[in-house]
Design a protein. Structure first.
Length: 427
């Protein structure tokens, strides 16, 4: 038996060798060309990324801000101007250019909270205008890159870190819980979604730091097709097939294809099927859960959106490192969850929670990768989640006046020039 299997395997190997000997001169160049093309696209894209001149802006908000997250939604809408519907051949395949992106960051250290925006230099005026348009009393200053002030490699002998990335628990077209669901007509009853995480940041000690990063890159409208297909499926709508040439011929009020199908199906059955479909649609829409899903998907895909990476890092000295504050980030993102739509969940591939052999080295490697991706403003490996402007504004916005966290670094008044009525003294 063994000798028979061996002889069969040897015969197969000889057949493969004969085929390879006949086609290698075609296969090898094709395989080499494919490998070269992949490396070339990677090389030119990295070269393009290195040319981006990043600016770190700190947004200092006034003490009595009255704007809701709706104002921040307009800021994200302005950021969508980075999207190009189509890249020219030279830009894409020689310069390696893709859509630009930017990073919105909330940083807590030593009991203070800071709002940062890291943006390509050419888009700085656009984003400053968008922020001032919605928050006229805010102050935007160019700041030193706080990440560059930390060691180049973390964790190290002095500092330990914990970090990870969050992804959606359901398909992109399903929405998370957004700020309209938290708002009330009475101002005192409004719930500010950033209050929880800012309160946690206010309790950080001298050496503790908590970083939250949202990297956003605009996308076109193709992603919405998945949502439209799910809505049609829930409603029982089947996409009608294009009628063939038989439908162009009619006799006695019937098309030729209906006459051919008549012995098996009466033409009136089509009308009956349409009536049944309308009845099924009414029953589906009468189900509150199904209606909520359909309305939620429609609302989400109706707005412009971004590929988004949500990442957080907690840093502290090794001798005082505690994981107590890590749960604050999970709780912060948990408030956007719904049972029947969408939620955030940690990406298990990024969390330093490996078990088994060499777990310490493997966990340290994951920590280092998350830190370096944060530092270099890199997207998550794989396909990032897609969030629209309303969802992004729910997660990242400046606190409303009802939030009483005193440790938030604020600007009491905006700088300005002297009034025009001020008398001038000529010397």
């Amino acid at each position: 038996m063994v000798s028979f299997i061996f002889s069969q395997a040897l015969a197969i190997a000889r057949s493969i060798a004969v085929v390879w000997g006949a086609v290698w001169w075609i296969a090898v160049p094709v395989i080499a060309a494919i490998i070269f093309w992949e490396f070339w696209m990677l090389y030119i894209h990295i070269r393009w990324l290195k040319k981006i001149n990043w600016k770190t802006l700190e947004i200092q908000v006034p003490k009595n801000i009255l704007k809701t997250p709706k104002a921040m939604e307009q800021v994200f809408s302005a950021a969508h101007a980075m999207h190009k519907a189509r890249h020219r051949f030279f830009e894409k395949y020689w310069e390696g250019e893709l859509d630009y992106f930017m990073s919105f960051e909330l940083v807590g250290r030593a009991g203070e909270s800071h709002f940062y925006l890291r943006v390509p230099e050419q888009y700085r005026p656009m984003m400053e205008s968008a922020i001032y348009a919605q928050y006229p009393e805010a102050e935007i200053v160019e700041a030193d890159n706080y990440v560059a002030q930390m060691p180049n490699i973390l964790p190290n002998n002095d500092f330990d870190i914990f970090g990870g990335e969050w992804i959606l628990g359901n398909k992109n077209c399903y929405p998370i819980r957004t700020y309209p669901m938290f708002e009330e007509a009475v101002e005192e009853q409004r719930i500010d979604t950033v209050a929880f995480i800012m309160e946690a940041m206010a309790k950080l000690k001298d050496n503790e730091q908590m970083w939250i990063q949202l990297i956003v890159r605009p996308v076109g409208g193709d992603w919405a097709k998945e949502g439209e297909a799910i809505i049609n499926k829930l409603l029982g709508i089947v996409e009608e097939k294009k009628k063939g040439w038989l439908a162009d011929f009619q006799w006695l009020g019937f098309t030729l294809d209906e006459l051919i199908a008549a012995p098996f199906e009466h033409p009136s059955q089509e009308v009956k099927r349409k009536e049944e479909k309308a009845m099924n649609m009414k029953l589906l829409l009468s189900n509150p859960s199904t209606k909520d899903i359909i309305d939620g998907i429609r609302e989400k895909i109706s707005k412009i959106a971004f590929e988004t990476t949500i990442r957080f890092i907690y840093i502290d000295k090794r001798e005082t490192f505690k994981r107590d504050n890590i749960s604050s980030v999970s709780a912060f993102l948990k408030q956007f969850s719904t049972q029947n739509l969408n939620s955030f969940k940690p990406d298990s591939k990024t969390l330093p929670s490996v078990k088994g052999l060499s777990k310490e080295k493997r966990n340290n490697w994951r920590k280092r990768m998350v830190y370096e991706r944060y530092r270099d403003i890199e997207f998550s490996p794989g396909k990032p989640p897609i969030l629209n402007t309303e969802e992004l504004a729910t997660i990242y916005h400046f606190p409303i006046a009802a939030v009483g966290t005193t440790e938030l670094e604020k600007v009491s008044s905006r700088k300005g020039g002297p009034p025009s009525s001020l008398p001038m003294v000529e010397e």
